[in-house]
Ligand binder design. Structure first.
Ligand SMILES: N=c1c2ncn([C@@H]3O[C@H](COP(=O)(O)OP(=O)(O)OP(=O)(O)O)[C@@H](O)[C@H]3O)c2ncn1[C@@H]1O[C@H](COP(=O)(O)O)[C@@H](O)[C@H]1O
Length: 97
């Protein structure tokens, strides 16, 4: 069984960095970037492309690494855009057949 709690833990850290920005924090650097939400959205785009290339080229270790980058930056972008991940999960749950 996959351990989904790690996603929850990373989400909680992102909330904490948003509420208590720190100069050493990468998440804070994204959330307080001069480009605003655009910086996080750019990262999602970049990481999505890197994931696609790794998967298409069938490089398993790279695909896993890029997928982790994509998931992480996606969560940061959700926060940056003021979207609660709980609402996304609710939406998914409502689609169950
Ligand atoms: N999961 C991650 C994670 N994945 C990737 N990264 C960082 O994402 C950055 C960008 O990765 P790239 O591959 O795009 O590297 P790059 O092209 O040099 O980056 P840019 O110059 O484009 O920003 C790197 O510095 C990675 O270290 C992460 N940084 C943080 N986390 C999680 O977020 C938590 C909080 O981190 P801080 O906010 O830094 O304390 C950590 O404990 C982790 O759980």
């Amino acid at each position: 069984m996959p351990d989904w709690t790690v996603l929850d833990e990373v989400w909680q850290v992102i909330q904490d960095r948003a509420e208590h920005p720190s100069a050493e924090s990468y998440v804070s650097s994204l959330l307080t970037h001069r480009k605003g939400v655009d910086k996080s959205l750019e990262k999602v785009g970049e990481e999505a492309v890197e994931f696609i290339l790794a998967a298409k080229n069938q490089v398993p270790e790279r695909t896993i690494s890029e997928a982790a980058d994509l998931l992480f930056h996606f969560l940061v972008a959700l926060r940056a855009s003021g979207t609660d991940v709980a609402d996304v999960l609710d939406e998914l749950a409502e689609r169950r057949k």
